[in-house]
Design a protein around this ligand. Structure first.
Ligand code: ADP
Ligand code: MG
Length: 332
């Protein structure tokens, strides 16, 4: 279809992210329901055209594990990307509604994400760059699909994103400024799977203190090469130290209902501390623990790639396991 802004009727809001918002729309001429992602963008017309050209590769991405692409256009000053609508939304919304997701279903999710990542990487040489529960979508047919992968270098460069979340799925090597590789996606998958199985972000018994984040806004992006160069890191360290002193003097406990961790502390934690695990020991199948441990090997060279992970026992079991995801979808 040749998508035009005027042909789309807005039905509702699906969510808000870093770089813009996502609306549920109807393509009036065909009656087709779609998700329209509006990306706020600060770029010249020539750059916008380049972005639209780069997005064309999405037309050739066809996989049951990838959200399909309907088209993109410029709607000054934004870029709109229209994609398949997932009527059950994203997995973050699902677990926040229903609590921890059963580990057998998490196995099916792991399988679907690995199939999607393997397809993107082996066929199109695309690295996802932003695996997290909000980019894994679910529909009432029981299908699990990934969305929002980084196909356009120009788009990645010009997204006007500020870092506003309190969670990060960034791998230790990325935090330290290394290039993105498909292994970084594997780390993000490991963190996401623990989050789904436990029903909370794994670093969050070290829960975040949002008030600390405001002045770090804009210094971190999940997409760009790590901007935490040594100078800014030193500055942030000094700031954090001052804040900690202030908290101490105010008698605010760092332990209270869970340790308070600012974004910088979280990043340092990811780099310096052992990776999170599926805990408590023995609650989940050994194969699931082994799988997640492998995703979260801190050395990217030792960490398996998605296509290696497809051969893991837990994933082979998930593949043949008879779980009716369509029936599960009707319960959530
Ligand atoms: P983020 O992924 O960081 O949450 P986005 O702007 O990408 O931010 O998306 C905002 C929300 O919109 C997501 O959390 C998701 O719940 C919802 N969403 C995105 N794409 C779709 C889609 N294709 N179908 C249904 N819901 C979607
Ligand atoms: Mg998203």
């Amino acid at each position: 279809i040749d998508l035009k802004a005027d042909d789309l009727r807005e039905i509702g809001e699906l969510g808000q992210g870093n770089g813009g918002s996502v609306k549920k729309v109807e393509h009036v001429p065909t009656g087709k329901i779609m998700a329209k992602k509006i990306v706020l963008i600060d770029a010249k017309p020539s750059v916008r055209k380049q972005i639209l050209r780069e997005l064309q590769i999405l037309y050739s991405c066809h996989s049951p594990y990838i959200v399909s692409f309907h088209g993109a256009f410029v709607a000054d000053p934004n870029i709109c990307i229209c994609m398949e609508f997932a009527d059950k939304g994203s997995l973050d919304g699902i677990y926040k509604r229903i609590g921890p997701i059963d580990i057998d279903i998490v196995g099916k999710i792991a399988l679907a994400v690995l199939e999607g990542l393997t397809y993107l990487y082996e066929i199109h040489h695309i690295i996802h760059r932003d695996i997290k529960p909000s980019n894994i979508l679910f529909n009432s047919q029981g299908q699990i699909k990934i969305c929002d992968f980084g196909v356009s270098g120009e788009l990645i460069n010009s997204i006007a994103d500020t870092f506003v979340g309190t969670s990060t799925y960034m791998s230790p090597e990325r935090i330290q400024g290394a290039q993105y590789t498909v292994k970084s996606d594997v780390w993000s998958l490991g963190i996401s799977l623990i989050e789904l199985a436990l029903g909370r972000f794994p670093f969050s018994d070290a829960s975040s203190d949002d008030s600390d984040l405001s002045d770090l806004e804009g210094t971190l992006s999940p997409h760009r090469p790590s901007p935490l160069n040594r100078l800014s890191l030193r500055k942030e360290k000094a700031k954090e130290k001052a804040k900690k002193e202030k908290r101490k003097s105010k008698g605010v406990s760092l332990q209270g209902g869970g340790m308070t961790m600012s974004i910088l502390e979280l990043l340092q934690h990811i780099v310096n501390e052992p990776a999170p695990r599926l805990t408590p020991e023995g609650r989940f199948p050994q194969e699931a623990e082994d799988f997640v441990d492998s995703c979260l090997i801190k050395d990217p060279d030792a960490r398996p790639a998605p296509k290696d992970l497809l051969k893991f026992a837990w994933i082979e079991a998930a593949r043949t396991q008879d779980i009716d995801l369509e029936a599960w979808a009707s319960t959530i």
